[in-house]
Structures are given as C-alpha cells and as structure tokens.
Design a protein around this ligand. Structure first.
Ligand code: FPP
Length: 257
C-alpha cells in the first residue's frame, strides 16, 4: 500500500526505492527508427521488437521484477497505415501463440488490457486462450496493453461506476480506491517504474491514472536493441531514487521540525 494514498502500491516499501521495482511498465518505442537506420521497412522493426520483448520478459525476474506491463498497441495506433496495423495484429497473435506453451510452463500469468470490442475474432481467441491457460500461474505477471489508451480506460471505469450506481451496487460516495477497482489494471499493483525507450519523453496516453507515483526513466536505446542490460540500468536508476509520495524526506523533517 502506498504510505500516503492508502491505494494499491508497488514495490517500494519504505521512503526510499532501494528495493527493486515490483512492477515495471515499458513504452517500447523506436521500432520504426531502428528499421529506417538499416534501410528496412518499419515492419522489420516491429519484428525485431518482438525479440526484444522476449529477451526482456526472460530477464525481468532476474532483476527482481514481478509484474511487467508493455504497451503493444495503443488506441491511437489505428491511425497508422493499414499494412502496419495488420502487421502489429499478426505479430501479437504470433507472439502469444508461439510463446504460450513456454510462458505457461515457466509460471507466467498473461493479462491483456485494452478495448476488445474492435479486435478481430482470431485475435480475441488468442488473447482469451492465453489468459485462460495461464490463470493459475503466479511466478511472474506479463501484462500486454493492446488496443489500450489510458483515457479510454478511465472513461470505461467511469461508465462501469455509473452503471453500478444505477443498479444500486455502488453509491455516489466515490472514493479513489472504489474507482481504481474498475480500471483494467486493477488485478496488479501500481507501476513503480515506467520506462520509455528511444529518447522520447512522454507518456503518450499510457497508464495515466496508474502513473501517479511511478518513477519515470527515459532511455535512448531503440526498442529492438532492448534486453537485460538496459533493463538493469533502468532498475539501478530507480533504486538510486527516493520515493516520497508527496511527503517529505524523513531527514529533512527531523532537521527542520
Ligand atoms: C513503437 O515504435 C512501437 C509500437 C507502436 C508497438 C510496439 C510493438 C512491438 C514491440 C512489437 C509488437 C508487440 C506486441 C506485443 C504486439 P514506433 O513504430 O513508433 O517507432 P518510431 O517511433 O521509431 O517510428
């Protein structure tokens, strides 16, 4: 629990983030630039991005991470050329289907968050199978944000809340924790660390509510080059920081009264 908010907290259990981040979320950016630098079509960058994702999932538990959330496809990504959208859909399907057996065997629980209403039936089938087949696992949690947008998720939680009020299952005494329970991320802890690769410094509609007290780390590495090394550097930077959740550093309180 966060010491200040009393909401679901993440890994830092004191006033310093010396423990590893329990939940890391990553904006996997730079696939297109990686491909362009090699004179390749953008889709090659996304394919290389899948390999980076596999390396990162494999390495995450070694860095003390229990939850990993990755931004695979945003509600805004539909604006990309149809050929690129089609490739991202194909990659999602291929990744989940080809890795499912291994993820299942290695105790990984797969969660997919995001809007499902405009996904094709074959993608939905793969998503539902992955969640069903791994639902008893708890060694590690891989959460893929797919057709996800932070604002859309908050709007959906508000809609659910309004529905519960109209059904008499909730009152208008809305609290933060009550609201948070209706977000698609409610099964896990809040992210302790959010990483964005490729040098861009924005959240781009990722985990807007959940990011409230997350540490942000921006790395220049392009996503297809990601893996255990850069992840370890981001974790080390996180561990060197101090988390105060809006409070004051304890030494300052003692010194100044
Ligand atoms: C950003 O690179 C990345 C994405 C839009 C999606 C990330 C996708 C993958 C890593 C592969 C697919 C994975 C899943 C789980 C579907 P960009 O294209 O915006 O790169 P750029 O900014 O250099 O153009």
């Amino acid at each position: 629990m966060s010491p200040v908010l009393g909401l679901r907290g993440g890994g830092a259990r004191g006033d310093a983030a010396s423990t590893p981040p329990r939940h890391v979320a990553i904006i996997m950016d730079g696939n297109g630039r990686w491909a362009k630098a090699r004179g390749l079509p953008r889709t090659f960058g996304h394919r290389a991005g899948i390999n980076a994702l596999k390396r990162t999932v494999e390495a995450a538990p070694d860095h003390g991470i229990e939850w990993l959330t990755v931004f695979g496809f945003s509600t805004e990504n539909w604006r990309r050329p149809v050929s690129e959208v089609t490739e991202l859909m194909k990659l999602m399907k291929a990744y989940v289907s080809s890795d499912l057996e291994r993820l299942e065997r290695e105790g990984v629980r797969v969660h997919i968050i995001g809007r499902r209403d405009d996904l094709a039936p074959d993608i939905l089938e793969v998503i539902e199978r992955a969640e069903r087949r791994t639902r008893d696992n708890d060694r590690f949690h891989l959460q893929v944000a797919f057709n996800y947008g932070g604002r859309s998720d908050i709007a959906e939680a508000a809609r659910r809340y309004a529905l519960d009020v109209s059904n008499g299952q909730a009152t208008l005494e809305i609290g933060e924790a009550e609201f948070e329970r209706r977000l698609s991320t409610a099964k896990g802890p809040a992210p302790d660390l959010i990483i964005r690769t490729s040098g861009e410094r924005r959240l781009s509609n990722f985990l807007l509510w959940e990011a409230a007290y997350a540490e942000l780390v921006f790395q220049d590495v392009l996503w297809p080059d990601y893996g255990s090394g850069p992840l370890g550097e981001a974790v080390a930077e996180y561990q060197a920081r101090e988390r105060r959740y809006g409070g004051a550093e304890i030494d300052d309180v003692l010194a100044t009264g």
